[in-house]
Ligand binder design. Sequence first.
Ligand SMILES: Nc1nc2c([nH]c(=O)n2[C@H]2C[C@H](O)[C@@H](COP(=O)(O)OP(=O)(O)OP(=O)(O)O)O2)c(=O)[nH]1
Length: 288
Amino acid sequence: MSVFRSTALVDAPPRTVAAALLDGGQVVASAARAGVRLRLADSVGGGANGSGDANSTVLAPGDELSACRLRLRVVRADERQVALRLVGGPLRSLDVHAELVPTGADTLLVLSAEWVSPAGALGRLANITVVRRAMLRLLTELVAGARRRAEDLALGRVVVGAAIVRAGRLLAQQRGFPAVHAGRWELPGGRVEPGESERDAVVRECVEELGVRVRPGEPVGPDLPLREALLLRVYAAELVDDAEPSAREHRAVRWIDAGELSELDWLPADRVLLPALRELLGANSGRT
Ligand SMILES: Nc1nc2c([nH]c(=O)n2[C@H]2C[C@H](O)[C@@H](COP(=O)(O)OP(=O)(O)OP(=O)(O)O)O2)c(=O)[nH]1
């Protein structure tokens, strides 16, 4: 087995470094700097078929990317680890994973690649002459690219989302506009105004969009990269009274249980949150 590691101290919290690693445009550009042509499968959210912005693609669990006849699948994407595993190609195995270790306000990013080259003398030769060099360049560029993107995102604007849970169900809302988002599902929320705290923005957006007051809790899952220096950060939230949320700016609202989570056509970035939302619903299923 061959193992390479590349590390960096990033001036951003782990959940924002995760957002940078899940930014498809950043990953493709970093690979290109390493001389590797990386392609994202059509299923990857965002781009022309998702957010309407060709620069914003978000990698979610289950998404695939390919390079040099290797196909990799995203198997984990949260605020502690982003991991990809080989699902096809000439290597016998390949695991690429980024550990995100909090160190005060910073994050120690440790990106590792572990692989087993093809059997036989030819396989070993290819490993020494081609694979090791490409992997070293790739890890170095991916870490540098993720650091730059995370530090930009940490200085950029935040869109907050609210994961409102009641009696083991999550409130989802369906967008009516713009055309590129119409019909797709998201969490209530919107941009944080200058001078406003993120939790205050969650409260304000829920009043504006749903006509209800919520109590925001802790962030859920990793941050998510939207376009340019715009970041989506979702907070768990609960209703403070018995008022029933209604769609004021959206087409519809719906309470969904854990089993229904993957049935909705979510906005591309929100797909990343599904494991964390499932966990949140599990943790709240006993409450009313
Ligand atoms: N609120 C919300 N926005 C999301 C989610 N997922 C996601 O990609 N987005 C994107 C869609 C938009 O590009 C952006 C937020 O737009 P918005 O229209 O809700 O926010 P806003 O009211 O503050 O926007 P604006 O008036 O400033 O245009 O974030 C989500 O779950 N909730």
